[in-house]
Design a protein around this ligand. Structure first.
Ligand code: NAP
Length: 270
């Protein structure tokens, strides 16, 4: 919110409560009352394994819920900025995906997010679809926290080497998102930290940066790591259009260093 305010998008009045996006009438009532010029939608079912086991629920929330928001934005003349995912791609291209590459989701989460993108494009021209991947943040639970916590607890770590994407620091993502919104250029974007990594590389970098260089990680393959969802093996996003507008995120390894430095500044015992 602070970044958006600094970027020229102040919240006027208290923020509205989050409506259940499954209810068109709730979304409509809330957005009509508030009358925003810009709506940024982050709401989604994001647990990919849960989505794999509950595909209809994933579709209802991630696609039909987003369609509700898009239709109301069209009604009230607001721009919709929607956060999407690298999982709209199958990960079989073998090189980084450009924003205009053909999509082909291979799991229910990816399918639901892909359907949302299509519904937004149908519902309103004033939209930004912003794909990202492997977000890590100071709050909440994410891969970075899980790897660090497992190592601190002395648990054995086995991490896959053949699932590859762009780890992305949420602070860098938000800064880039605000710059993108300020351009008022509608379209589809990839905002990720530069470079890419396997889950194994990412985990190794996390532990090394925390000073746990000797902590062992066993490399395994996706085939050995049974889970309900099938991730795109090479789901690497290339930020071509954002870069053309001057919006580039630093390399993911620098972002991990910045993340750990901040954690240590805020809690020297980390
Ligand atoms: N995390 C990543 O690595 C990543 C990567 C690519 C794209 N994305 C996208 O980025 C966005 C944010 O992800 P995140 O990791 O921050 O997710 P998150 O922490 O799981 O947050 C998702 C939010 O959506 C809300 N939500 C779920 N169902 C809802 C409903 N029916 N109505 C209203 N709100 C609902 C959840 O509320 P409750 O907490 O109350 O359930 C939660 O606050 C998502 O669209 C995700 O697809 C994330």
């Amino acid at each position: 919110m602070a970044r958006l305010s600094e970027g020229g998008y102040p919240l006027e009045g208290p923020p509205p409560d989050d409506p259940d996006i499954l209810s068109f009438e709730s979304v409509r009532a809330r957005l009509r009352d508030y009358a925003p010029t810009l709506v940024i939608n982050c709401a989604a079912l994001t647990n990919v394994d849960y989505c794999a086991e509950h595909p209809e629920e994933a579709y209802r929330v991630n696609a039909l819920g987003v369609q509700n928001i898009a239709l109301v934005c069209a009604e009230i003349g607001a721009t919709l900025c929607h956060i999407s995912t690298n999982e709209v791609f199958d990960g079989l291209k073998g090189s980084p995906y450009w924003e205009s590459d053909p999509t082909h989701p291979i799991n229910p989460y990816g399918y639901s997010k892909w359907a949302a993108e299509a519904m937004i494009r149908d519902a309103l021209p004033r939209h930004m679809i912003v794909r990202t991947s492997w977000l890590f943040a100071h709050d909440g639970v994410n891969f970075l926290h899980k790897i660090k916590a497992a190592a601190l607890a002395g648990k054995p770590l086995s991490v896959v080497t053949d699932e590859i994407a762009c780890p992305t620091y949420n602070e860098d993502f938000v800064e880039a998102l605000v710059k993108l919104v300020q351009t008022e250029r509608c379209g589809t974007y990839h905002l990720v930290n530069e470079g890419y990594a396997s889950r194994y590389d990412f985990a190794r970098c996390i532990l090394d940066t925390y000073g746990m260089r000797d902590y062992p990680i066993t490399p395994i393959s996706l085939a050995q790591f049974k889970r309900p969802s099938t991730p795109p093996p090479f789901g690497v996003l290339r930020n071509l259009i954002g870069a053309h507008l001057g919006i580039v995120l630093r390399h993911w390894r620098e972002a991990v260093e910045a993340f750990v430095e901040r954690e240590k500044r805020e809690d020297p015992h980390v």
